[in-house]
Design a binder for this molecule. Structure first.
Ligand code: SF4
Length: 449
């Protein structure tokens, strides 16, 4: 048989995207080739997300499409991995997705070739694999940006969250592996890395002897940021998602390192102390505000983002008003707002009643969203006539799209293909809510900034 084809459908966060790059690497190393579409592929892998009910619903819908394809006589092999498989301790999701031939948690991806060989011996796949999935080199599309997973799992057990169940407790990658990966990528033209971890700033190196003797930080995450700053060719460093309680003074100080982008995403989830307690976030609104103050003091003008859940169990109008008030005090550039949906297996599902009505959740979400959009526009308008450095990601016609150093979406006219993957200076001429339009300056102007 010709080499079998694969398609990976990725849902959810950037870590899933990076895991899919590892899956692709495994499959291509044992003889698969990538299909243009899941329709027609011999193997389809769902890399799933369980954070919200709606994410799971999308997977059921897509699965049905594939089953219809199977009915036409195309015997697709279907696999499910990611958070749905990881958190399914009681087998309920497995039962619901019983049409899938394979159902496995993310770290088990190393067994994929063996399982496929058993199910489809005619495919004749072969090859050797690492025994730790984090050692697998992700197969990335050529790009100036790359995701680097530095840890998986979480020890925090926020009561609403499935991650500690789906991905287990924290496992950190060795520092040497991370530095080698980034050095190799920067040699291939990668200008920006995004470090990924569920609580990325809790990073602890199992090989601390790898730190340079002149590294000024004792905190391992701040120390990692310093090491990455020494890699030539690399220009921008972004990380997500930190936990507020690990924003120690050294980590906050590391925000001043030269390659740190001018943006920080720091999830708060609620501005109400009672909600934070019920969520087991382990900080108060006062502590969070104090951290934001320290960040703004040390890096004035930094753009800030956050995540907020509205309608968590027991949330009153007063609790919600506290969230709106905290939002205004922090003056966030962006927030990713979600209506609470209980997830089976979590502590909140066991301990609390989902007692905020769907209508109230929707109204609160809309109120917060409106405040966020008003604030985002106001903050974007501050960039009018300013010059920002933009990493160009794609070109459509003569328009280029990219990300500024503040991680804002930028649109520039007068583009050409050579700009893709480069950092160029752009003067903002029309700041809108979701995009800032600008004009390209001569690259010589870069030196004037
Ligand atoms: S810190 Fe909380 S919300 Fe974040 S992954 Fe861990 S348990 Fe989930």
């Amino acid at each position: 048989m010709n080499s079998p084809s694969y398609a990976i459908l990725t849902y959810g966060c950037q870590m899933n995207i990076n895991d899919s790059e590892r899956l692709a690497s495994i499959l291509e190393s044992v003889g698969f080739h990538k299909s243009d579409s899941e329709i027609g592929a011999d193997l389809v892998i769902f890399n799933t997300c369980s954070v919200r009910e709606s994410a799971e619903q999308r997977i059921y819908g897509k699965m049905q499409e594939l089953l219809n394809e199977r009915k036409t006589g195309h015997n697709i092999l279907i696999a499910v991995t990611g958070c749905m498989a990881g958190r399914d301790k009681d087998g309920v999701l497995r039962k619901r997705l019983h049409h899938a031939d394979l159902f496995f948690s993310t770290p088990d991806m190393i067994n994929l070739p063996r399982w496929i060989a058993e199910l489809r011996p005619d495919w004749q796949i072969q090859g050797d694999l690492e025994d730790d999935y984090l050692k697998i080199n992700p197969l990335r599309n050529p790009s100036a940006q790359a995701f680097i997973t530095i840890q998986t799992g979480c020890n925090h057990f926020c009561t609403y969250c499935v991650v500690p169940y789906a991905r287990g407790l924290i496992k950190n990658r060795p520092l040497a592996d991370i530095l080698n990966e980034v050095k190799e990528l920067s040699k291939k033209g990668v200008l920006e890395v995004t470090l990924l971890g569920q609580t990325v700033n809790t990073y602890k190196a199992g090989d601390p002897e790898t730190f340079s003797p002149d590294n000024p930080y004792q905190n391992h995450f701040a120390g990692l940021l310093w090491e990455l700053n020494q890699i030539s060719g690399l220009e921008r460093i972004h990380w997500t998602a930190p936990h507020p309680m690990q924003m120690t003074d050294q980590v906050i100080h590391a925000l001043t390192l030269p390659k740190q982008i001018n943006y920080l995403h720091l999830p708060v989830q609620s501005g109400s102390n009672e909600m934070l307690r019920r969520m087991n976030r382990k900080y108060t609104r006062e502590q969070y505000l104090e951290i934001i103050k320290k960040i703004k003091d040390i890096r004035p003008g930094i753009a800030l983002g956050t995540d907020i859940i509205v309608g968590f169990s027991g949330e009153t109008e007063k609790d919600f008003a506290d969230t709106l008030n905290l939002f205004s005090q922090c003056d966030f550039d962006i927030s990713y707002n979600a209506q609470y949906s209980p997830r089976t297996g979590t502590l909140a599902h066991r301990l609390y009643k989902d007692d905020v009505s769907a209508n109230d959740k929707k109204l609160r979400w809309r109120t917060l969203q409106e405040l966020m959009e008003k604030t985002t526009l106001k903050k974007n308008q501050e960039y009018m006539d300013k010059i920002t450095q933009v990493l160009i990601q794609k070109i459509e016609g003569d328009v280029a799209f990219g990300l500024s150093n503040e991680y804002k979406n930028i649109k520039v006219k007068g583009a050409n293909e050579e700009m893709i993957g480069r950092i160029v200076p752009v003067k903002i001429t029309k700041p809108l809510t979701w995009v800032l339009e600008g004009e390209l300056l001569s690259t010589n102007d870069k030196d004037m900034l």
